[in-house]
Design a protein around this ligand. Structure first.
Ligand code: FEO
Length: 383
């Protein structure tokens, strides 16, 4: 597929992957993107997942149109992009491997070779002349690995953005960009907001007409929309007004409270998103916690602690730098009503949290007292 006169898409779609990166459900599969830039010299941008060697090599061969590649640019060493470096190096023994110093260390670790006789080490501000195309390298450390580089082609005004601006989902499925890009961002990149901010500052100095990520569609129009969302997400600002209600429920009583609160919020015109942490995709709950400005956590006492799915969820929030939101609690306990205390303690790692004044306390099942507390919490969250 030609993107510009000189740049062709040579990536692949994966509908077989069970869990992307070993943990994420990807109901619509995954795309591993790769590109060929043909000029006086030819550069191939990244490889693809190990299971797609043949398909990718065939795509590359077609794009090369009888020529040989001069360079393989490796922007990121995570195996969904790097697994076929050796395959490529063997197929095209004259091609040089272009990457960051840290990436060559990783190649030694992954493959037992750092291609010392054919490596070109690039860093911030390095360039590679292909002819009329000049590749300008931008380091993007910890977006989301330390070796990552991005590449700006000043001829076609294309930014090759590594995992940045990527999303879950194969390219032969038509779906909304933001939903799966947001789940991808907060799951995989979200901890590194400061590093994303610093790359966005560098990108702001470039004249970009096209963004070519390593996952998801090539972005050609309305780039301000995508860059704006990345700016919001990486600065930990809420994107939308609304309440995420994340709950666990052993026998349905905590669920009843969560649903009742959602109904009351909706009745007051406030968006409420319910997540049963044991039964739904937890990455969706993490995404919504970051998306909305208010969060309610509802769980039970369990083994002197809290129900395990809630502990895991809070761990995700802390690990990903959750901050700048209002949080309220619903606790349930039959003989030890301590879940709110445990959740508060676990959330200590989150900065700038405004705690709701109202907490809902349930002893086994809802009663008049806890129902009144739900009313009070709904009022507080919508005032
Ligand atoms: Fe798409 Fe970080 O690998």
């Amino acid at each position: 597929m030609a993107m510009t006169n000189d740049i062709k898409y040579v990536g692949v779609n994966d509908h077989e992957v069970d869990l992307f990166e070993g943990q994420y459900d990807v109901p619509n599969g995954m795309a591993y993107n790769s590109y060929v830039i043909s000029d006086e010299k030819i550069a191939v941008m990244d490889t693809v997942d190990i299971n797609f060697a043949d398909e990718w090599l065939a795509n590359v061969e077609k794009a090369l149109d009888g020529r040989k590649p001069d360079y393989l640019v490796v922007q990121h060493m995570e195996p969904d992009h790097s697994a076929n470096i050796v395959t490529f190096a063997e197929r095209y023994p004259e091609a040089k491997i272009v990457s960051s110093a840290k990436a060559f260390v990783m190649m030694q670790q992954f493959f037992g070779t750092d291609f010392s006789d054919r490596q070109i080490v690039v860093g911030e501000g390095s360039t590679l002349e292909l002819g009329k195309h000049t590749l300008n390298f931008v380091t993007a450390p910890m977006v989301h690995w330390p070796e990552v580089i991005m590449t700006y082609d000043s001829c076609d005004k294309v930014l090759f953005s590594a995992d940045g601006f990527g999303k879950f989902g194969a390219l032969d499925i038509d779906e909304d960009w933001a939903c799966e890009a947001r789940r991808y961002y907060f799951g995989i990149v979200g901890k590194f907001g400061a590093q994303v901010q610093s790359v966005l500052k560098k990108a702001a100095t470039l004249d970009i007409e096209t963004i070519c990520p390593l996952h998801g569609p090539i972005l050609t129009e309305n780039l301000g929309y995508y860059i704006g969302l990345y700016d919001t997400w990486s600065s930990y600002k809420p994107e939308s007004e609304g309440v995420t209600i994340a709950y666990t429920s052993v026998y349905g009583n905590t669920k009843k409270a969560a649903e009742l609160l959602a109904e009351k919020l909706e009745a007051k015109g406030c968006k409420a998103e319910l997540h049963d942490l044991a039964r739904m995709d937890m990455a969706e709950a993490v995404e919504d916690a970051f998306r909305y400005d208010r969060l309610v956590l509802a769980t039970t006492t369990y083994n002197g602690d809290i129900f395990p799915f809630m502990r895991t969820f809070i761990d995700h929030l802390v690990e990903h730098g959750y901050k700048n939101r209002t949080v309220a609690l619903i606790e349930n306990g039959t003989w030890a009503l301590t879940a709110a205390k445990v959740m508060t303690k676990l959330m200590e790692g989150c900065k700038n949290i405004t705690w709701a004044e109202n907490t809902v306390h349930i002893k086994s099942a809802l009663n008049d007292t806890s129902l009144a507390e739900i009313d009070a919490l709904a009022d507080e969250l919508t005032k």
